[in-house]
Design a protein around this ligand. Structure first.
Ligand code: UD1
Ligand code: CA
Length: 463
């Protein structure tokens, strides 16, 4: 194979190189740089949005990869396509290099080199669509660089599918990578697959990237060809293996779902290791930032959207949906509860079935057990919110607040027309429409009186 066939167009410097002084602010020992490739169109996703912005565990997949890279690399440059403003914003504050024509992964990586300003330390190239790589694996990649001139990450997937295959020499070193489209039957039978991460010294990588040609089945400049170029110089190339759950790539919606499943399994295992009981873990959906304290119990079919913290000993009953909220110690949520952003449930409070809370604080030991909507409200400790209570917080233009004092008792089917305040220990008769403030310790009833007409009952057929 001859990687040097066509000559690759060389990049121009589109933005100023990174300020070297910035490196002084980074943790000691972190001198490596990372290039993340994300300029591809993600055609196989059949989506209007760039592939790497599709979420996994509640955040764009590229932010997972960035989080791992931030722990190991002093500099990160993301290669994006033209007109990808949304992606540029999602990777901020990291810098971007624009790949104007999509000529392949080596060409994409080369676009970032001018920004790195001849970085003499190690440079790794990663793919934005391989987002589940852990910090520890990146650490092993960088450590292995001390023993070889070029290091790559490899895996042995259950189904090797269309991944590039890694060809080893007799000494266990890597000889070359062959892309699936270019591979022979015998090569496709190889189980060791390229995960799409390489690492070498900056000047070596720059030289190899510039020498990659495009004489292959797709007519693209393959990053994977740097292996054969390094070998042609007699350099050592090593593969570091890691589990498929970390290294799997995402090219299609089915692979996105498989990656989500792998991430969910990882998040659930971490939660259970930290002392959370899950009655049916495979039915619980977590986000990357879900925080569950020890002795929290999670019943089946619960969704934790981003931004949820649940403190020690709280119980989240079946079929509840939580997002952007704080549930404090020993509170009980659900079954069938919905906690929306800005909600705080204080210790030992109860939120029952078909109750929705939004931007509301439910005081310690307070109860809202059935069929209620509580939005933009502050509810005091020990208050009891009857079934069917609604805070009418929106007048069609603005949102208004409802305040309910400690120990108040709100009768069933009460409408609280905000802005309105109900004092501590006040009692509201069932079916009331409360439009004016109710003082402490008062009883308020606001409904039509019942009228009874003797003898005028139903006189239908057969009576
Ligand atoms: C690539 C590897 C393959 C490996 C697999 C692992 C190559 C040639 N092949 O194949 O060996 O097994 O990943 O998942 O590298 N990109 C650009 N600009 C381009 C082309 C691609 O930025 O011109 C970006 C894409 O956005 C993507 C990444 O590079 O994030 C990888 O490209 P993709 O087309 O998905 O490569 P694979 O076919 O998956
Ligand atoms: Ca891919």
């Amino acid at each position: 194979m001859s990687p040097a066939a066509g000559h690759m167009p060389q990049p121009e410097l589109t933005r100023a190189p990174l300020d070297a002084a910035r490196c002084g602010l980074l943790p000691e020992g972190m001198s490596a740089a990372a290039i993340i490739l994300a300029a591809g169109l993600g055609t196989r996703m059949r989506s209007a949005r760039p592939k790497v912005l599709h979420p996994l565990g509640g955040r764009p997949m590229i932010r997972h990869l960035l989080a791992a890279c931030e722990a190991r690399f002093a500099r990160i440059v993301v290669v994006v396509g033209p007109d990808m403003a949304e992606l540029e914003a999602a990777v901020a504050p990291h810098e971007v290099a624009v790949q104007r024509e999509r000529l392949g992964t080596a060409h994409a990586a080369l676009q970032a080199m001018p920004l790195l300003g001849g970085h003499a330390g190690d440079v790794a190239v990663l793919y934005g669509d391989n987002p589940l790589i852990g910090e520890e694996t990146l650490g092993r990649l960088l450590a292995a660089r001390a023993e070889a001139d070029l290091v790559l990450l490899a895996m042995r997937p259950a189904d090797p599918g269309r991944y590039g295959r890694v060809l080893l020499g007799p000494d266990g070193g890597v000889e070359r990578i062959v892309e699936w489209a270019d591979a022979t039957e015998a090569e496709r039978a190889i189980g060791l697959c390229n995960a799409g991460v390489v690492c070498a010294r900056g000047p070596d990588l720059a030289r190899w990237l510039a020498a990659v040609g495009n004489a292959n089945a797709k007519g693209e400049y393959y990053l994977t060809d740097v292996v054969a170029l390094a070998r042609a110089e007699g350099r050592r190339v090593r593969a570091v293996e890691a589990p498929e759950a970390e290294l799997r790539g995402i090219n299609s919606r089915a692979e996105l779902a498989a990656a989500e499943a792998a991430l969910q399994a990882r998040l659930r295992e971490a939660a259970m290791r930290a002392g959370v009981t899950m009655l049916a873990p495979e039915t619980v959906h977590l986000s990357y930032d879900t925080r569950l304290g020890p002795d929290v119990v999670v019943e089946p079919h619960v969704v934790f959207a981003p931004g949820v913290t649940v403190e020690e000993g709280a119980i989240i009953r079946a079929f509840s949906h939580l997002e952007g909220c704080l549930v404090k110690r020993e509170a009980v949520i659900g079954p069938y509860a919905r906690l929306r952003p800005g909600t705080v449930v204080e210790p030992r409070a109860h939120v029952g079935n078909f109750v929705e809370l939004k931007a509301t604080t439910l005081g310690a030991g307070a109860k809202a057990n059935h069929l209620a909507y509580l939005g933009d409200a502050t509810i005091g400790a020990g208050a009891n919110i009857g079934a069917g209570t609604i805070t009418c917080n929106y007048d069609g233009v603005a949102k208004h607040r409802t305040e309910i004092g400690e120990g108040a008792f709100i009768g069933s089917d009460t409408a609280l027309v905000a802005p309105v305040k109900v004092g501590a220990r006040a009692l509201i008769g069932a079916g009331s429409v409360i439009t004016a403030n109710v003082p402490e310790d008062a009883l308020a009833i606001a409904r039509g009186r019942q009228t009874v007409y003797e003898g005028r009952g139903f006189k239908g057929k057969g009576r």
